[in-house]
Design a protein around this ligand. Structure first.
Ligand code: AMP
Ligand code: ZN
Length: 134
């Protein structure tokens, strides 16, 4: 029983490693190889505080699987993105910013302002955001 469970987790970890880009900072955070303030973690996503927050609350919701950006998403990743948004909603409540509102952003590619090429969702709130965006 223990052997089967250990094998299951080893296989899962190996699969995660196989899809990881060695130089990817978010993969390192997910694998506990780089420091971050993690606020939520499950089988599909890890959420941690942004290193350079642009608001009182700024959290990144990141898939555990390395996907470069929305452009590299596949048909099978659609529910994962739904899970990222649902996780953001739960964290917003946990951080007491749900009622006041918040902004969810997924920057994609250089023109979208993406600087870390591991797909992620920004959850920003706690203050009134500027509009229009630019
Ligand atoms: P983007 O520009 O949309 O790709 O967002 C990348 C975000 O990751 C930026 O807001 C950075 O401040 C943040 N960031 C980069 N490295 C780290 C890190 N090691 N831990 C937490 N946040 C990070
Ligand atoms: Zn990665």
């Amino acid at each position: 029983m223990f052997k089967a469970l250990a094998f299951h987790w080893f296989a899962k970890f190996s699969a995660l490693k196989a899809t990881m880009t060695d130089s990817c900072i978010f993969c390192k955070v997910i694998n506990n190889e780089a420091k971050a303030t993690v606020v939520y973690r499950d089988e599909e996503v890890t959420a941690f505080r942004d290193l350079h927050p642009v608001g009182p609350v700024h959290i990144l919701i990141v898939p555990n699987k390395h996907i470069q950006s929305v452009n590299e998403m596949e048909e099978g990743d659609k529910s994962l993105v739904g899970h990222m948004v649902f996780t953001a909603k739960k964290i917003a409540a946990q951080e007491h910013i749900a009622e006041g509102g918040y902004r969810l952003i997924m920057n994609t590619g250089p023109n979208g302002g993406q600087t870390v090429f591991h797909m992620h969702l920004h959850l920003i709130g706690g203050d009134r955001m500027k509009h229009p965006m630019g």
